[in-house]
Write a protein that binds this ligand. Structure first.
Ligand code: GDP
Length: 521
């Protein structure tokens, strides 16, 4: 195993609110990596190119596919793994868990909108992990918020410090390019390749004059940069690595402006595969010889004729080789990994070897659970568990046919254990409730109950809630509960409040300051 090969790997996810430009950015990156010939291919998959695929119906309808959930390419001597974080209706706990498997994140921001809700949630998961976050302020070819305003918005909403790697000159129709602070040059928009860059001298003055430099927005940009030089944060790679400082790049994914510079700088500062914490609190080092990895996602096949599933493994250490036997400590069982798959942009391919930072897919007939450790060498250790995420959506669920109640409970328990959905129940009547972070999880649940357990379920939506666990359960009284502060139990019989909304939570906090509430991530 070659140390350099491991060090050259960069595994990251792009986080954003829907429509900020994640897909467009991904396409451009794949294009630079030579993984696709035409930018536009990734989107194409959404329009049904997958008709021949035997993947699940929902998958086809929604255009999610295993192939696009992990993409790999080479650039500049680096092996790049991009993990997709499905958003919108496809948002689920898997989206969060994917962030457990990366070493860095790229945050796409729509410059006309600033930081949006879904970005905040995903950012918080990255923050909790302390991974570096690189910001791309997208759509500079459109009129958006003023750049200083965007930086302020970023720092305020996310409570992170920022460093502008470049600064836009104009915006929308007047967008002339950026002052590239990091590389000491101007990068011009709409310029021929050989005229794209204008070097800056020691005083920060351009060495070549161009018409756009006579405009007021150029003057403004130069002024802003001076202000940033004097009063802004310093660029500090160590703070970037800890996730305390986010480098900010202005550009346009659609116009393909600033993407390549971004990619190159990102690959330079994004970390190689990182060590990972074990249950014992020791760290597992990527350079260790013995193979280890953990499962962060399981994708069930929704086609009833195909029961197989794919378990996604992030490799932490050692080398994976096809056909190798691994130990699964939770099951205390050895399993031979014969059928594996690697992810490329254009197709699924059988993988023979893979290294730390890589993601492999294991065909699974029901052995694995999310969070499972798999190890190749001797020893018997497990990785620290993946966090549980605070659900926001709830339904009451029951079997349509009461005669199927045994199958119903068996199915639920298995799907809950697998990590597909969260289990709750009402207090006295013990009606079964399910919690999720995204609607998709309920749909997948319903589908799998029908196809794998032969049970039709009926679900009664309870809507979105603010979920809080309770430190001092013994102090909770009946009087504190009501329609706006419903009390339920989780699968471990812990009491949980489901508040109508943030307002109801605040009201409760004011009224019962002695009850100590907390959310999971
Ligand atoms: P996603 O939902 O985050 O994957 O966003 P998409 O990549 O699908 O982009 C959403 C919309 O914004 C599409 O219509 C894109 O063409 C458009 N878009 C993406 N990047 C840019 C950009 O840099 N400038 C402009 N004007 N539009 C963009």
């Amino acid at each position: 195993m070659n140390k350099k090969d491991i060090e050259s790997r960069r595994t990251f996810a792009i986080i954003s609110h829907p429509d900020a430009g994640k897909t467009t950015m991904t396409e451009k990156l794949l294009y630079f990596g030579g993984a696709i010939r035409d930018a536009g291919t990734v989107k194409g998959k959404k329009t049904g190119k997958f008709a021949t695929s035997d993947w699940m119906e929902i998958e086809k309808q929604r255009g999610i596919s295993v192939t696009s959930s992990v993409m790999q390419f080479d650039y500049d001597g680096k092996r790049v793994n991009i993990l997709d974080t499905p958003g919108h209706e496809d948002f689920s706990e898997d989206t969060y868990r994917t962030l457990m498997a990366v070493d860095a994140a790229v945050m796409m921001v729509d410059s006309a909108k600033g930081i949006e809700p879904q970005t905040i949630k995903l950012f918080q998961v990255c923050r909790m992990r302390g991974i570096p976050i690189f910001t791309f302020m997208n759509k500079m070819d459109r009129q958006g918020l003023e750049p200083l305003e965007l930086m302020e918005n970023l720092e305020e909403v996310l409570e992170i410090e920022s460093y502008a790697m470049n600064w836009p000159i104009g915006m929308g129709k007047e967008f002339a390019g950026v002052i590239d602070r990091y590389n000491n040059r101007i990068e011009r928009a709409r310029a021929e390749e050989n005229e794209r860059f204008i070097a800056l001298n020691e005083d920060g003055e351009p060495e070549v004059h161009d018409a756009f430099m006579d405009t007021s927005y150029y003057e403004q940009a130069m002024e802003d940069v001076m202000l940033l030089n004097e009063a802004g944060n310093e660029f500090d790679p160590e703070r970037v690595a800890k996730g305390e400082l986010t480098p900010v790049f202005f550009g346009s994914a659609l116009a393909n402006f600033g993407v390549q510079t971004f990619l190159e700088t990102f690959l330079q500062f994004a970390p190689p595969p990182q060590p990972r914490e074990l249950k014992s609190e020791e760290m597992k080092d990527p350079m260790d010889d013995d193979f280890s990895g953990f499962i962060f996602k399981i994708q069930a096949n929704m086609d009833p004729r195909h029961r197989d599933r794919i378990a996604f493994v992030r490799i932490v250490s050692g080398q994976f080789e096809r056909g190798m036997s691994v130990h699964v400590p939770r099951l205390n069982k050895n399993i031979k990994l014969a059928q594996t798959t690697q992810f490329l942009a254009d197709d699924r391919e059988t993988v023979d070897t893979a290294l730390p930072g890589d993601i492999i897919g294991l065909y699974d007939t029901g052995n694995f659970q999310i969070g499972d450790t798999i190890i190749g060498g001797k020893g018997n250790y497990e990785f620290a568990p993946l966090p549980q995420f605070t659900p926001e959506l709830f339904v009451k669920v029951s079997a349509k046919n009461v005669m199927k109640s045994k199958q119903f409970h068996k199915g639920i328990m298995q799907l809950v254990q697998e990590g597909a959905i969260q289990y709750y129940k009402t207090l006295y009547t013990e009606e079964v409730m399910l919690g999720a972070v995204g609607q998709l999880q309920f749909e997948v649940f319903e589908h799998r109950m029908r196809n794998e357990y032969n049970v039709e379920v009926q679900m009664q939506p309870i809507g979105s809630k603010v979920t809080r666990w309770i430190e001092n359960e013994e102090d909770v009284t009946e009087a504190m509960t009501g329609p706006r502060s419903m009390l339920v139990k989780d699968r471990y019989d812990n009491l949980v409040f489901l508040f109508e909304n943030e307002f109801a939570l605040r009201w409760f906090n004011d009224k019962y300051p002695d009850i100590r509430l907390y959310g999971l991530l």
